[in-house]
Design a protein around this ligand. Structure first.
Ligand SMILES: Cc1cc2nc3c(=O)[nH]c(=O)nc-3n(C[C@H](O)[C@H](O)[C@H](O)COP(=O)(O)OP(=O)(O)OC[C@H]3O[C@@H](n4cnc5c(N)ncnc54)[C@H](O)[C@@H]3O)c2cc1C
Length: 385
């Protein structure tokens, strides 16, 4: 198979690291819904999670294509970066909109792993995809904000020191546009956890360390505000393209893992005295998934290219996210089908990866919302919501 070889050294080193975390490791974590602490630690120590942080703050200052190479390889080698990928995209908000003082304070610790920025609090139970309808509020009292409200699906909150939080600082009926009056703050959860911040894990169909969090008059120092008050929605949006591009790379990695597994098994499993891969009914879904994977990978490369030129590739990042997620899902389906009953057996890791791959049809953005974006912003059709 012909694969993209950008950043070959990084890819090789990631693959070597992943070899220390075989299927048994992930199966055990999955069974216990345990956080893969050792894996995240190994990635951190190798410097992989700090690649996007500029060198002056202790990172390696590499472009997003390097981060994509890392995430893709993690997934291609049967591992899962969901435990730690948020650091790569949330940190961009601090980098682009944080003050010099905030960057000095946080980025070196994030780069060396002593400070974990893995939690991203945007989604709420009542507002869902309609982000500007969120209800969590922050009220300024002297030199600190008081935060009240609730978030849901705040992944990794139990395994993070910091949370990038989006909340409303001016009521919706007092702003000209509903996107105004939202603010982003970098909350140091270590000081408030178990007091004014309550974190409750949510068990899900895959091991994702996701939670719901409750803020009960939670104090947040005023200097935790990122950028200007009331402009937070724009700051979060500016990080969305990076998030979509990085998640796309994970999906490409998953697709490659499923395709390689399926093709190998189809060649070796013999039924009716011939390899099952000799039947076109088995070949075609794998070939179809391969075709989808290759074209989604090209769209991803285009999104990366534009992003690295300093453009804002909303169309390409969204299309890449949708196509890469579809390719990984098609590959997951073909892989299970090729394996017959064995696709359902825990020890083959396929059912676990299958469950994990399903998420990307919904999060971090669902397919419908991408189609809405394309219809409205690319094709010029009327806004539907
Ligand atoms: C495991 C997991 C981890 C997550 N991690 C995080 C995290 O760390 N931080 C965070 O902030 N969020 C996180 N999320 C939340 C995730 O981003 C949301 O679940 C996702 O954006 C969809 O929002 P929702 O679940 O509220 O669905 P809803 O908004 O309730 O939508 C439900 C369905 O309706 C569709 N829909 C809604 N509106 C429209 C429309 N106008 N047109 C067509 N279809 C529509 C959606 O596409 C979806 O299929 C996570 C979610 C999961 C499941």
């Amino acid at each position: 198979m012909k694969y993209e070889v950008e950043h070959p050294e990084i890819r090789e080193n990631v693959a070597k690291l992943c070899a220390d975390f075989p299927g048994e490791y992930w199966r055990k974590c999955d069974r216990e819904q345990a956080y893969p602490t050792e894996f995240v630690q190994a990635l951190t120590e190798a410097g992989f999670l700090g690649v996007l942080i500029p060198e002056e703050y202790g990172g390696s200052g590499l472009p997003i294509s390097a981060a994509c190479a890392i995430l893709e390889e993690v997934h291609r080698n049967g591992c899962n970066a969901a435990a730690c990928h948020a650091q790569m995209y949330t940190m961009g908000t601090v980098l682009r909109h944080g003050s010099e003082e905030q960057k000095q304070r946080y980025l070196p610790g994030i780069a060396d792993g002593s400070l974990r920025l893995q939690a991203f609090g945007v989604t709420e139970p009542t507002s869902g995809t309609d982000t500007t309808a969120l209800r969590t509020t922050a009220r300024l009292e002297g030199d600190q904000y008081r935060v009240n409200g609730q978030k849901i699906w705040t992944s990794r909150a139990e395994h993070s020191d910091l949370m990038l939080l989006l909340c409303r600082t001016t009521p919706r009926d007092q702003v000209a546009k509903k996107t105004d009056g939202l603010s982003v703050m970098l909350v140091d959860m270590r000081e408030v956890r178990g007091k004014s911040l309550t974190i409750r894990p949510i068990r899900t169909m895959m091991n994702h360390a996701t939670t719901e969090v409750f803020f009960d008059d939670m104090p947040v120092p005023k200097d935790s505000l990122i950028g200007e008050e009331g402009k937070g929605f724009r700051y979060i949006l500016s990080g969305m393209n990076a998030e979509r591009i990085l998640i796309s790379a994970e999906c490409v990695g998953d697709a490659k893992w499923f395709i390689e597994k399926a093709a190998a098994y189809a060649g070796e499993r013999s039924v009716f005295n011939r390899p099952i891969g000799q039947n076109q009914g088995i070949q075609f879904p794998i070939a179809q998934a391969y075709s989808q994977m290759r074209s989604s990978e090209l769209m991803l490369r285009e999104a990366i290219r534009l992003y690295e030129m300093g453009e804002n590739p909303g169309e390409e990042a969204n299309l890449a996210k949708m196509q890469c997620a579809d390719a990984s899902w098609a590959a997951a389906e073909a892989c299970v089908q090729t394996h017959g009953g064995f696709g359902f057996a825990e020890e083959y890791d396929i059912e676990r990866k299958f469950r994990e791959a399903r998420l990307y049809q919904v999060a971090p953005i669902s397919t419908n919302l991408i189609l809405s974006y394309v219809a409205e912003h690319v094709l010029g059709l009327p806004r539907s919501y």
